[in-house]
Write a protein that binds this ligand. Structure first.
Ligand code: URA
Length: 225
């Protein structure tokens, strides 16, 4: 396997990012500087900045994130992390973020290339949110949300907004800005009481329970890629 593919599979970076690390002289293969056209296998001693890495089996995991877990990997307050719920040998990381109290579908993987792709704004994976708000959902509000609202980092892209109950909305967006749903709802004067992501692209939670996870099926991985 090409050295950059090995590094991407180990979750170090995308293939392109791995090429940059190789060019910068930060990768060694069996004690010598790694080259772009190196062909390597798990038997080789491959290091990033001197630290040995193992080619991990690629893992693609869908977690039903419960409330009260953080998706960031470092937290000054030492709160529990979503990765504490997924006890496997491979080191997977969340693709994007869900807030501490947000529940629902969260993808975790050690495939650095897929992570980078899914996080890129041009890769428009639909995310379906169910939002319980404080206040009444009017047609005017649904209209504003679907056209796009002005946030401090620019207008949001057109979205699909549907009333599920007097105080509940289904909102489908494909952007992934920080706290986007809460900020969109704040912009139309509705504070969010509960936020749940029922779908991430082709992935839905079906029979998963909060805190539980499953490996993706091959077909789901193909769809995401
Ligand atoms: N938008 C938010 O505001 N919070 C989330 O957790 C996800 C999307």
């Amino acid at each position: 396997m090409r050295l950059n593919a090995f590094l991407a599979r180990a979750g170090i970076d995308s293939r392109r990012g791995a090429d940059r690390l190789i060019k910068a002289g930060r990768i060694s293969v069996n004690g010598r500087l790694g080259q772009l056209n190196d062909d390597v296998s798990e038997a080789d001693d491959i290091r990033v900045n001197g630290r040995r890495i193992n080619a991990q089996k690629p893992r693609y995991i869908l977690l039903y994130k419960p409330a009260g877990y953080i998706t960031t990997l470092k937290d000054p307050d030492n709160r529990v992390k979503v990765t504490d719920l997924v006890k496997i040998n491979e080191r997977v990381v969340p693709v994007g973020r869900l807030d501490f109290n947000t529940t629902g579908a969260l993808l975790l993987t050690n495939d650095g290339e897929l992570t980078n792709k899914l996080m890129h704004p041009s890769f428009e994976v639909d995310k379906v949110y169910e939002v319980v708000v404080e206040g009444e959902v009017t047609d005017e509000i649904l209209n504003k949300l679907s056209i796009g609202v002005n946030l401090e980092d620019g207008k949001t892209a057109p979205a699909a907004a549907k009333r599920l109950a007097d105080n509940k909305i289904e909102l489908i967006i494909h952007e992934g800005r920080n706290h986007q749903v809460k900020r969109m709802l704040a912009a139309v004067g509705l504070p969010v009481k509960r936020l749940h992501r029922s779908k991430y692209g082709p992935l839905d939670l079906d029979s998963l329970k909060p805190g539980h996870w499953r490996d993706l099926a091959e077909t789901e991985i193909k769809l995401l890629k």
